[in-house]
Design a protein around this ligand. Sequence first.
Ligand SMILES: Cc1cc2nc3c(=O)[nH]c(=O)nc-3n(C[C@H](O)[C@H](O)[C@H](O)COP(=O)(O)OP(=O)(O)OC[C@H]3O[C@@H](n4cnc5c(N)ncnc54)[C@H](O)[C@@H]3O)c2cc1C
Ligand SMILES: NC(=O)c1ccc[n+]([C@@H]2O[C@H](COP(=O)([O-])OP(=O)(O)OC[C@H]3O[C@@H](n4cnc5c(N)ncnc54)[C@H](O)[C@@H]3O)[C@@H](O)[C@H]2O)c1
Length: 467
Amino acid sequence: MPDFDMLVIGSGPGGQKAAIAAAKLGRRVAVIDRPDMVGGVSIHTGTVPSKTLREAVLYLTGLAQRDLYGQSYRLKEEITVADLTARTRHVVGLEVDVVRSQLARNQITLLAGTGRFMDDHTVAVRDASGQDRLLTADHIVIATGTRPARPASVEFDDRTVMDSDSVLSMEKVPRSMVIVGAGVIGMEYASMFAALGSKITVVEQRAGMLDFCDVEVVEALKYRLRDLAVTFRFGETVAAVERHEQGTLTVLESGKKIAADAVMYSAGRQGLTDELDLGKAGLSADGRGRITVDEHYRTEVPHIYAVGDVIGFPALAATSMEQGRAAAYHACDEPVNPMHHLQPIGIYTIPEISFIGRTEDQLTKDRVPFEVGVSRYRELARGQIVGDAHGVLKLLVSPEDRRLLGVHCFGSGATELIHIGQAVMGCGGTVDYLVDAVFNYPTLAESYKVAALDVTNKIREIDRMKR
Ligand SMILES: Cc1cc2nc3c(=O)[nH]c(=O)nc-3n(C[C@H](O)[C@H](O)[C@H](O)COP(=O)(O)OP(=O)(O)OC[C@H]3O[C@@H](n4cnc5c(N)ncnc54)[C@H](O)[C@@H]3O)c2cc1C
Ligand SMILES: NC(=O)c1ccc[n+]([C@@H]2O[C@H](COP(=O)([O-])OP(=O)(O)OC[C@H]3O[C@@H](n4cnc5c(N)ncnc54)[C@H](O)[C@@H]3O)[C@@H](O)[C@H]2O)c1
């Protein structure tokens, strides 16, 4: 008899939910992780600390209140790293406790150490003293996540040349900073440091950024960030980063040089598979350390599953959790629906971005006709009350069957508001539901009704022409 029915390697969102799902079905489950990493990248260096830092930045800088109290409004004049990290440490500590307690009350064994395969049913767990313990299981779930990719040519000192892990333990808020890579991580940190008053330069090798988002929303974000003294260098690649006594010098392939107190790399991530001895289980990873799976999250070895960032796109805490649950149900022969095709995207820039469904560009490319309805926060009572004059909600609606094709939101509460659109779309509702519904007043949610009226007015005008 094997030691466990299921062994999970990695305690991030994917691993946690796989373990709990299997335990709820009465299976004997163990989760392996390093003692200082319980909760995964998500809790220690990714989602949770970065979103907590964002809240601390917004609160202490008073940025979100400046439309109401004036452009010089600040809660605290000199914001130190200690001010910022106090809140992060507090929240991370609480979240680790929640994970530990959830695992314990579901009778899941938490094993401290690093796991690696000995064969396709056996994992060796090496503890801090270097001792190995061999464990066997019917099913194994790999949920080992990723680490920041570090180009070999760049010397990281984690003080002036950092990645998104080491930026969390920086000694002081830099006066100036170069951010390499305008992906989601890069733009979230660019927003936070710009809000703190750092002079930011973003270097991105592609011609633009966040190209999966609505074009108008990305334009609006760029405008807002430029207003906070962010410089964008698109179509530029970093050739070298030099460390000097006075700071850093980033040299671009075009020959430009950028002097700054610090540099942060956010140029992609690498799957954490190199320590797993995958070959011993009959598995392999690609050049970026990712493992290939089928629609049930099964690897090439059918009783070994892989979930979360280690399988690549979309690499979100939100999707990783769902993949973990689905993998465990499949392994335990429990019926499970395939993941819903509608998945929200939330980007915690300042202001935040969120969307569901398709963009205008995608619909145009797919030759799907659509009409647009817009609501601006400055015309909502709640928008005025919270001091957000720039927020906007946009509905993309089919003039043929009046169903929602996409919802795009930019501004306060966007990542929460989007779920109203998700529910309507997921349940196959039409824009008429939003026209007829009564919303609490004054709320930002009312923007759905305003945008729905706007789009139906436009559709009516077109229909009238046809008569
Ligand atoms: C800065 C940043 C911000 C982010 N913000 C968001 C956000 O706002 N929203 C969102 O949805 N997603 C966000 N993400 C992505 C999110 O954090 C990841 O998608 C999520 O953490 C992936 O979960 P996972 O289950 O793959 O495991 P991870 O959270 O990556 O954790 C993997 C765990 O496996 C452990 N492990 C690795 N190898 C071994 C081994 N050999 N033995 C034992 N244990 C091992 C590691 O120690 C780690 O604890 C962000 C990521 C970053 C970096
Ligand atoms: N809110 C969220 O949901 C959230 C937040 C943060 C991170 N994440 C996830 O974390 C993952 C990693 O994010 P990321 O931003 O690090 O990676 P990414 O791959 O999305 O972006 C990296 C960017 O860096 C650019 N780049 C790479 N090398 C460069 C160079 N030498 N010079 C200039 N530009 C260069 C790339 O062109 C790319 O645009 C993503 O999957 C993301 O979805 C999600």
